[in-house]
Design a protein around this ligand. Sequence first.
Ligand code: HCA
Ligand code: CU
Length: 383
Amino acid sequence: MHNRNAPVQDFHFIDSTLREGEQFRGTHFTIDDKKEIARLLDRFGVEYMELSTPVASPQSAEAVRALADMPRGFKLLTHIRADMDDAKLAVDCGVDGADVYIGTSNYMREYSHGKSLEQVIEMGQRVVEYLNEQNIETRFSTEDTFRSNFADVMTVYRAMDLAGVDRVGVADTVGIADPLSTYNLISNLRDVVNCDIEFHGHNDSGCAVANAFCALQAGATHIDTTVLGIGERNGITPMGTLIARLYTCDKSLVEKYDLPLLGEIEDLVARKLGIVIPFNTPITGEVAFHHKAGVHTKAVLQNPTTYEAIDPDDFGMSRFIDVAHRLVGRNAIRNRALTLGLELPEDMLRLVTTQVKALADLGPITIRDVDDILYELMQPVED
Ligand code: HCA
Ligand code: CU
C-alpha cells in the first residue's frame, strides 16, 4: 500500500495503567489486581510498565516490590518527583527504571513547587546522577511541557541529556497539544538531545492518539499509554487506539505484540473499574466491525478490505453484517439466508429484501424479524 506518512521508527510502549491509570476516577487496584493486569500486559508484550510512586502509600510501595519480584519480560518503572528521598525509595523497591518528573511551566513554578529553572536543573541532575550510580534506567520529564517556555524546556532537556539520562519526557499534561505542535516540538528536541524521547499526552481535546503518533513520526522512541486510556480527567493515549493508528499506517509496526490479547486486557481492566468499553472504541468497541448499509455489506461480503482498514481476524474479533434495518441490501439477505441453510432464488431474495425494508420503515426490527420473513417464504404453499 502506498504510504505518504513520515516513517515511524522502532518504539516502545510504557504502559501506565498502574500509575496514570490509578489517577482515574474510582480506580482501586489491589496488589493482586496489579499483578493480574501486569501478567496480561506482559504476555501482550509491552516493553515497560510504570507504577505509582512507592511514596504514595504503603500499598503502593508493596505493589512495586511485588512486581519487581515477579518473573516478567517488561522493565518495571516507577514515577517519582525530582527528589532524592523518592529516588532512594524507588531503588530500594527494586525497580529497573525511574520516571522522574518536575513542572516547568509558569503555573507549576508558581503554584506547585516554586523553584527557579536553575533549581529545577540542579535537582534533576542530582537525582539522575544518583540513579545512574545505582544502574537504574532514568527518564526526566518536564510536566506541562507545552505551556512551558520553549527555550526553558530545551535548556532543561539538554542539561539532563548531559547529566546522563536515558530518556527525556515530553508531557502534554492538560491535553492542549495538537499533532502539528507535537511534531514540531519533538523534531526540535530530536536535534537538541542524543538520548531517547518519551511522549505522554492527555486527551482533554481528543488528540492524545494523533499526538502520540506524530511524536513517533518526529522521532520519539517511547509512548506512554494506558489500557482504555484511563488517567486523570479523561485520561491519556489509549493503547488499543494507538495500535489501531499504527496498524493502519503499517501493520508490521505492531506485530511484535500479541494482538488477540487486546480485547482480554481491556475487558479485565474495564471489569476491575466497573466501566464498559466505549461502544465506538477502535478494534474492540462493539461496533468496530459492524457493517450496515447495503452498498457496504455487498462489497464487504466479497472483499472485507473494501470497507475495513483493520482485519478483525488479526485481533481475534469478528465482523458483523447487519440485516435488520431499512438500508439492507439483497446480498446481505442472501448471506443471512445461507447462514440459516436456506438457498433462495434471486426473485425470492428480492421479495424478502422488500418486505424487510417495508417492516423496518414501520419501526426498529431485529434479526428475528428478518429470519421470520425468510422462513415464512420458504414454507410450502398450501392449497
Ligand atoms: C501528572 C503528571 C503527569 C506526568 C507525565 C510524565 C503529566 O500531572 O499527574 O511523567 O511525563 O501528565 O504531566 O502524568
Ligand atoms: Cu499524565
